[in-house]
Structure formats: structure tokens, C-alpha cells
Design a protein around this ligand. Structure first.
Ligand SMILES: [Cu+2]
Length: 203
């Protein structure tokens, strides 16, 4: 094969490195379009609690349980963090296989330090990630997460954030584990995770 042909083939292979989306449905959420590249989640690059850059590559070899929310959230975020804290307890020693991650969709108020303090109220093993608006927007877009500022009347600039509320489970190879974890009682969720860990390890 000529060199040119080889290059052409390489280009075709590159084009086939398919970017596609997986559509998830959940309760009141609109369809969540998760972008996958060759079966793996799209890379994200966010800022961690020590102001360090943290990308998805950091978590290779671990399961990720991702949630997008904000610390001023009155209901869904704290409830979900309680669920995750409870799952970590239920998992016992196996919890080391899982990295729960809370990504803020309110970077204007949620500094890395604030995220860390907030999450410590639930379980300090939950990692808070944020960054500037663009980093956050890119990560949210990759997971099909919707969010929007909702000003509170007569509040002097205070606001809520409307946001979608899915939990995303990503396996140690960076693949979205499907079906993604739905609304289940924490004990049941821990058991489902254990089964997934085992199935993955037996592969
Ligand atoms: Cu929330």
C-alpha cells in the first residue's frame, strides 16, 4: 500500500472515531443527551478543591458517580448527597472503588473551597469540582445537563438554579455504565453498584 493510501486510511479511521450521543430518560427530566466518543465519556477539565486542574483521566481505574448541582440548592442536591453518603457507608470497604463527584453548575457562587465545606457535611469522600463558566458549561454539555438561573423575586439578586438531576455512573474504563443509576433507595443502589463492580471485575 502506498504511503498516501495509508494516510487516507488513517483519516478514515479517525473520522470513524465516532462521536455519538446516548439518550437517557428520567422522571421529569427532559431527555439527557450524553456525548460519547468511541464509547467513552467526553473529556472534562475542571478545578478541584486545591485549585488544581482535574480531568476525567484522573479517575481512570475507578468508578465515577457524577452529579451536577449547586450548594445553595434547597432540595434535590442535599437529598442526593445524603443518598450518596449513605451508599458510601453501605459499600463499606468497597467504597474505595467509587469516586462520587459533585460538579457545580453555579460556579459564580460555588468556589472550590465552598464546595469542599459543603460536601464535608455529607461525606468528605465526595469530591467537588468547579471552575470558570466555560469549563462548567463544557462538562455539563457533555452529559446533556440543563441548567438555568432563576432569580428570586424581591431578593436583591439572589437566585435558584434550575437543573437536571441525573446521577451518572461511569466505569473504570471511562464508559458510561447503562442503564444509569435511577432513583432508588440507597441500600438498593449500593447493591446495584456491587453487582456492577463484580461484573466488571469478572470481564
Ligand atoms: Cu439542586
Amino acid at each position: 500500500m502506498s504511503r498516501i493510501r495509508l494516510i487516507l486510511w488513517a483519516l478514515v479511521a479517525f473520522a470513524v472515531a465516532a462521536v455519538s450521543t446516548i439518550t437517557l430518560y428520567r422522571g421529569q427530566n427532559p431527555a439527557l443527551q450524553v456525548t460519547v466518543v468511541d464509547g467513552r465519556i467526553k473529556p472534562f477539565s475542571l478545578i478541584g478543591p486545591g485549585n488544581q486542574l482535574i480531568t476525567n483521566a484522573h479517575f481512570r481505574g475507578k468508578w465515577m458517580l457524577l452529579f451536577f448541582g449547586y450548594t445553595h440548592c434547597p432540595d434535590i442536591c442535599p437529598t442526593t448527597m445524603l443518598t450518596i453518603a449513605s451508599v458510601l457507608n453501605d459499600l463499606g470497604d468497597e467504597a474505595v472503588k467509587l469516586q462520587p463527584i459533585f460538579i457545580t453548575i453555579d460556579p459564580e457562587r460555588d468556589s472550590p473551597a465552598l464546595l469542599k465545606d459543603y460536601l464535608a457535611n455529607f461525606d468528605s469522600r465526595i469530591l467537588g469540582l468547579g471552575g470558570d463558566e466555560q469549563r462548567v458549561a463544557e462538562a455539563a454539555e457533555a452529559f446533556g445537563v440543563f441548567y438555568r438561573k432563576q432569580p428570586i423575586d424581591n431578593s436583591d439578586g439572589d437566585y435558584y438554579m434550575d437543573h437536571s438531576t441525573a446521577l451518572y455512573l461511569v466505569d473504570p474504563d471511562g464508559r458510561l455504565a447503562r442503564p444509569y443509576v435511577p432513583d432508588v433507595p440507597p441500600g438498593e443502589l449500593a447493591e446495584k453498584l456491587r453487582v456492577r463492580f463484580r461484573t466488571f471485575e469478572e470481564k
